[in-house]
Design a protein around this ligand. Structure first.
Ligand SMILES: Cc1cc2nc3c(=O)[nH]c(=O)nc-3n(C[C@H](O)[C@H](O)[C@H](O)COP(=O)(O)OP(=O)(O)OC[C@H]3O[C@@H](n4cnc5c(N)ncnc54)[C@H](O)[C@@H]3O)c2cc1C
Length: 350
């Protein structure tokens, strides 16, 4: 209980680990490189809308995440799917209308945006446990404890739990002594889920697509967007469409992508699109605390939950966590929560 525990990263995994350890009386310090909490969860609140530019959905089989939401008194609502969908097969033809099958798996959204989970966790943990703008650059084994170095400060800990995606971890943090060669090799071939995705959202004055019996769901073989969904708030006071862009557009400017999206939306829904209130997006490939700047191809979910991540390193003082290290639902929010539970229980049992 007197152990000093440092958690690197304030994404879902880091904050949930801190929450479970704090509940048992441990002293935790979370060090986050970014100027905001959340990592791959990012809800942009604007014009009454909660724009999910990172993680959005959970499903009924995400039992650990659902349990956490229940404990934190977080409300869920169903992703709106009723109405017809549109499919654009070829650029020369208008999108075709079709019925979505009834028997689809229901996806749920978080009322107030996915960031609500993180805000509630910070409320429980206490803001004093969290330091933003502290990019960790080195970790040194001092036999009895670990020295964690950011660009400007040094911290001492008995135990360190690192939630940085494995590939980023082994390429951006220096270890003394070095981490095992096999671990470095596996981490370099571990996929970071959604690292190349571009998410966008467009806010409107009204959900005008619903009047025509459309669900807001759209698919396109042509692009720039490949998938599209209704993205209105649970209170029905913020109206938006949200989707994924073709990853190849990452090098265009935001304005160029916005123009392309609006043109495509007009093909789907007509001139009412011209009255949009705002466009926003996140290019995850450019997020330095998620994605490593290189183009190495790794298969989606490759090495997620690999056996090697289940060990502790540096004589049991260093744990590698984060969703990509989870054997179950690695890459997803559920994986992040499961890993947080596993590692906090391991430390508590010790
Ligand atoms: C566009 C997109 C859509 C998604 N959609 C879904 C979805 O619908 N459903 C779902 O279940 N999952 C979805 N996901 C995945 C989900 O977001 C992740 O599984 C989850 O958020 C991962 O949490 P984490 O804490 O493991 O990692 P992260 O959120 O990546 O957290 C790692 C943290 O470490 C910090 N960090 C990095 N380097 C350092 C350093 N050197 N020093 C200090 N801090 C550092 C980062 O800033 C970050 O805050 C989506 C992800 C994206 C990007």
């Amino acid at each position: 209980m007197n152990k000093e525990i440092i958690i690197i990263g304030s994404g879902l995994s880091g904050l949930t680990t801190a929450y479970f350890l704090k509940k048992k009386g441990y002293s935790v310090q979370i060090l986050e490189a970014n100027s905001r909490i959340g990592g791959r969860i990012y809800t942009k609140k604007t014009h009454n809308a909660d724009l999910e530019l990172g993680a959005t959905w959970l499903w009924k089989y995400n039992t650990s995440l659902l349990e956490l939401c229940k404990e934190l008194n977080i409300k869920l609502f169903e992703q709106k799917m009723d109405g017809d969908a549109l499919f654009e097969a070829m650029s020369a033809h208008p999108p075709q209308r079709f019925n979505l099958p009834d028997n689809q798996e229901i996806s749920y959204r978080i009322a107030g945006g996915t960031t609500t989970i993180l805000e509630k966790l910070v409320e429980e943990i206490g803001e004093d446990c969290l330091l933003l703008n502290e990019r960790i650059v080195a970790i040194e084994d001092n036999t009895n404890n670990l020295i964690v170095k950011s660009e400007t400060k040094e911290f001492v800990a008995d135990t360190v739990i690192c939630t940085v995606p494995p590939r980023l971890l082994v390429n951006t943090i220096e270890f003394s002594p070095s981490l095992p060669v096999e671990l470095i090799s596996i981490a370099n071939q571990t996929h970071t889920w959604m690292k190349d995705s571009i998410k966008f959202a467009v806010v409107f004055n009204t959900p005008f697509w619903r009047k025509n019996g459309l669900s807001g769901v759209g698919f396109s073989n042509v692009g720039p967007f490949t998938e599209l969904y209704d993205h209105c708030t649970v209170q029905e006071n913020g109206y938006a469409l949200m989707g994924f862009l073709n990853g190849g557009l990452a090098e265009l400017s935001k304005q160029q992508r916005e123009n392309k999206v609006i043109q495509q939306l007009k093909k789907f829904f007509g001139d009412l699109v011209n009255n949009y209130k705002c466009y926003d997006e996140k290019v995850w490939k450019k997020e330095q605390f998620t994605t490593l700047k290189d183009n190495q191809f790794i298969f989606p979910h490759q090495n997620n939950g690999h056996e090697i991540y289940q060990n502790a390193f540096m004589d049991g003082k260093f744990y590698i966590s984060g969703t990509e290290t989870s054997k179950v639902y690695g890459g997803y929010m559920e994986g992040a929560v499961r890993r947080a539970i596993e590692i906090s229980q391991h430390i508590i049992k010790d």
